[in-house]
Design a protein around this ligand. Structure first.
Ligand code: ISL
Length: 562
């Protein structure tokens, strides 16, 4: 009873529209820009396109603050452009997912405008109002409670003050959201990526969180994440929105803090909640006691242990989504790989191999298929993201060393993912003819699509091969997984099995050559021929006379046997 759903063999490509392609020279990416670049996606071979928000928005959080769920922001184009994009993608056999941001709206949304108008407003209860704040902290620094002076109450905003949280306890809120979702499905979209959907059910009464002595805030996270009514709400949504053709659509819930056990329940088809979730364990490993920007060295063994635990935990029931990066994370090759010029391409390919051969649905974030790196932001003035700016502002007072803060932001800041897509080596990486809203990463002269798409040795070509392999070989989509050599310090090894056939994945997460023990290779080819179905280079794996083999630094191979 392996999952047979279409999305098991699909690969999703995420576009952050603001930074993908600018068609009109205003410095901001747009829908027509995406339409013009659909060939890139088709060439790569992806099956699904997930669009980060393009709805009407004051852009306090680049569109994750929505003021009209049923219109396109003029900076991105028009609803007609979006219809055209949906049709053009479908013509190429690419499905389209919209970003569904319904934990909160913009404070400019008519629902909130009405809600804040008076305590007696018909929509007062559509948001979360209190007479006094509690001790929680916003994801974007400071208190998540904002005083509305006119009505004398505070509203909750887990993110920016321009992102008031909707009150999901109110059934009219839920009905309005489901109606909006049905409207999008009727327009032709193929599913949703659901923004922080595990925050919609808060613990009743919104009690204070645990607060350590000397800390300015308590920990509200356990009181808002995966709350008491989450599964009830997800089931209701599934019933109200997807019930008629659940298999036609893909739903992926973004869920910070979700555990394997919770994810198994949320993605168990029998529960009819979501198809898969974005979990955060592997992207939280390099945060410290001071939070995500308190950067700690990444322990590769812990990274492997974490991902493998998710593999095993969702093996029988549920389904994994697989990602290294997205618009909220630094660039994968700079974080999990090695972006030194000598190792960049190899490690970008190896990260791709390891992820795409796992069991689950892989997500590629724009530019990852080129091995794009973090950007060398010089000063705080180079950053644009509200999270980074608020953090710098809130933390620099009394902080001894602003340079240390900048170090954290350079490594982890979300703007690393948001610099323009690198199309070619012309000014601003071919992203815009105008002035980009955020500077292009100067690395674009070397790292760009034009330089890679026709080069069979490129990172892009490697991604093409991985996607083609998933489409061609049912082991990749449907096979079981067995982690191997988990005690080896730098070798990633696992096998996949399906219908009598097997794949063996071997990957090096270090510069030094690795010895692959003979036992692992037993039965995978004679002394002369280890013939990978896919490798990061022709010299990646060399057999040694004693039956072991040497895997070159940051290289990886995939072997196959019947
Ligand atoms: O990057 C983070 C802040 O430290 C993440 O915790 C992030 O805020 C979290 O993953 C939720 O992300 C989503 O919702 C946010 C939006 O800013 C992100 O871009 C979005 O992906 C609020 O809508």
């Amino acid at each position: 009873d392996l999952p047979r759903d279409w999305w098991a063999s699909a690969v999703v490509y995420q576009i952050y529209p603001r930074s993908f392609a600018d068609s009109d020279g205003d410095g901001v990416g747009d829908l027509r820009g995406i339409i013009c670049r659909l060939d890139h996606l088709q060439r790569l071979g992806v099956d699904v396109l997930w669009l980060s928000p393009v709805y009407r928005s004051p852009m306090d959080d680049n569109g994750y603050d929505i003021s009209d769920y049923q219109d396109v922001d003029p900076v991105f184009g028009t609803l007609a452009d979006l219809d055209e994009l949906i049709a053009a993608a479908h013509e190429r056999g690419i499905r389209l997912l919209m970003d569904l941001v319904v934990n909160h709206t913009s404070d400019d949304h008519p629902w909130f405008v009405e809600s804040r108008a008076s305590r007696q407003s018909d929509k007062r209860d559509w948001y979360v109002w209190r007479d006094e704040p509690n001790n929680w902290e916003s994801f974007f620094s400071g208190s998540p409670w904002e005083l509305d002076v006119a009505t004398g109450q505070y509203y909750l905003h887990l993110f920016s003050r321009k992102q008031p949280d909707l009150n999901w306890e109110n059934p009219r809120v839920r009905e309005a959201v489901y109606a909006m979702m049905r409207w999008w499905l009727a327009r032709g979209v193929d599913g949703f990526r659901m923004d922080v959907i595990n925050l919609i059910s808060k613990v009743p009464g919104l009690p204070d969180g645990e607060q350590a002595p000397g800390e300015p805030f308590g920990n509200g996270f356990p009181l808002v994440a995966c709350g008491p009514r989450l599964e009830e709400f997800l089931q209701e949504m599934h019933r109200e929105v997807f019930a008629e053709h659940p298999d036609a659509y893909l739903t992926v819930g973004e869920m910070p803090g979700v555990t394997v056990e919770q994810a198994r329940s949320y993605t168990d088809p029998a529960n009819a909640e979501v198809d898969m979730v974005f979990q955060f364990e592997h992207v939280d490993l390099d945060g410290g006691p001071g939070g995500k920007f308190d950067v700690q060295p990444l322990d590769m063994a812990r990274l492997r242990e974490s991902l493998m635990r998710w593999q095993v935990g969702l093996a029988e029931t549920g389904w994994n989504s697989l990602y290294w990066d997205n618009h909220d994370q630094p660039r994968a090759v700079s974080r999990f790989g090695d972006d030194d010029p000598v190792w960049r391409e190899r490690s970008a390919k190896t990260l791709a191999t390891v992820l795409h051969l796992l069991r689950g649905t892989p997500y590629i974030y724009q530019g990852e298929e080129l091995g794009m790196t973090n950007s060398p932001f010089a000063t705080i003035a180079d950053f644009r993201d509200i999270e980074s700016l608020n953090y710098f502002e809130a933390t620099q007072h009394g902080h001894a060393d602003p340079e240390a803060l900048l170090e954290g932001l350079r490594y982890k800041g979300r703007d690393n993912a948001r610099t323009p897509m690198q199309w070619d080596d012309s000014p601003h990486a071919g992203f815009t003819t105008g002035t980009p809203w955020i500077e292009a990463n100067p690395g674009y002269t070397e790292i760009n699509a034009a330089a890679q798409v026709d080069d069979p040795t490129s990172v892009f070509a490697h991604y093409q091969r991985l996607i083609a392999l998933r489409h061609a070989d049912p082991i990749v989509a449907h096979g079981s997984i067995e982690p191997l050599a988990m005690d080896h310090p730098d070798l990633w090894a696992y096998s996949r099995s399906y219908d009598g056939a097997q794949l063996l994945v071997l990957a090096s997460f270090t510069r030094a050559p690795l010895r692959v023990p003979a036992e692992l290779l037993d039965g995978w080819g004679g002394l002369e021929d280890l013939d990978p179905v896919l490798a990061t280079s022709a010299e990646a794996l060399v057999r040694d006379p004693d039956g072991s083999a040497t895997l070159a630094g940051w290289e990886s191979v995939v072997l196959r046997r019947e």
